[in-house]
Ligand binder design. Sequence first.
Ligand code: AMP
Ligand code: ZN
Ligand code: FE
Ligand code: FE
Length: 290
Amino acid sequence: MADLEEIDCCDLHCHSNHSDGTETPARLVQLAKEQGLVGFALTDHDTVSGLPEAARTARELGLHFLSGIEISSKIEGQELHILGYGFDPEHPALLSGMEAQHHAREKRIPAIVAKFNRLGIEISAEQVFAIAGEGSPGRPHVAQAVVAVGACKSVSEVFEKYLHDQGSANVVKDTLTSGEAIDLIHSAGGVAVLAHPTAKPIRSTGGLDALVGKLAYLGLDGLELHHPRATPQNRKRIKKLIRQHGLLASGGSDFHGGNSPGVRLGIGRGTLKVPFSLLRGIEERATNHH
Ligand code: AMP
Ligand code: ZN
Ligand code: FE
Ligand code: FE
C-alpha cells in the first residue's frame, strides 16, 4: 500500500535575504534537504541574484533545482504576483526588466518613510536600506524599521495598522503589467504561474474566474495550488480553474524565514505537501519554450 508520507516533495515558493526573507539562498537549500525534499525553487521578489548560490548548493546536496522568481505586476489597478520557473537566469530582457523593478522599489522606500514620519513614526530611508542590505527593498523591511524604533511590536502589527495594500503608509509601487511579466518570463524560456490566487480579495470585474480567464488569454501557464494560506475550499476552486483552462499546478511554502512566523520551508504551517511531479510538469513545459 502506498504510504502518503513517502511521496517525493518539493518547495517551489521561497524567499531569501536577496529579497524579504531572512535566510541566505544556501541556507534555504540546506533546510530543504533537512526537510527531506527532493526539489527546490528559489523565488525572490523581482530579482534573480540569489539563484547562482542556490543552484550551486542544490548541486552539492543533490537536490533538483529550478530557477525561480516572483515578479510584482499589475492588472486593472490591482497587484498580482507572477511566479516564473525554469527560465534562463541570465536572459538580458529579464535582467533589465528586474533592474527597472528594483529602481521602482528603491524610489518607493523614501515615499513610504515620509508617510510614517507624517504619522509621527521617526524612521529613515537609510535605516530601511540597511535592513534590506543587498536585497530587493520592500514593505517587510520598512516594517522591521518601525518595529526597531518601538512604534509597533511586530512586523504583522505594522502591516495590519499601516502597510497593508490600502494602509495609510503604503505607496503602490510602479511595476510591469501582468501581461508584460508573463511575456518576459516566456522570452527567457520560462513558465508563468499566478502566485497565491486566493490569498487576497480579487477586485477584477467578475472575480477570480474572470481574472484567470484574462491571464490565460495573456499566456499564463499555471496557478499556484498549494500554499499555506490556501484552504481546502480554495484549492477546490483553483483545481477547477486549472482543469478549465488546461493550466499547470505549482505550490510552495512562501517561506520568508523570520519574516513569516509559523511557516516552515516545505511544510508551511505543517500540512503543506507539494508533489515533486508538479516540478517535473513545469520543467517539461519550460523546455518546450526553448
Ligand atoms: P512589497 O513587495 O514591498 O509590496 O511587500 C509585499 C510583501 O510583504 C509580500 O510579498 C509579503 O512578503 C509581505 N507581506 C504582505 N502582507 C503582509 C502581512 N500582513 N504581514 C507580513 N508580511 C506581509
Ligand atoms: Zn515576500
Ligand atoms: Fe507573493
Ligand atoms: Fe512570495
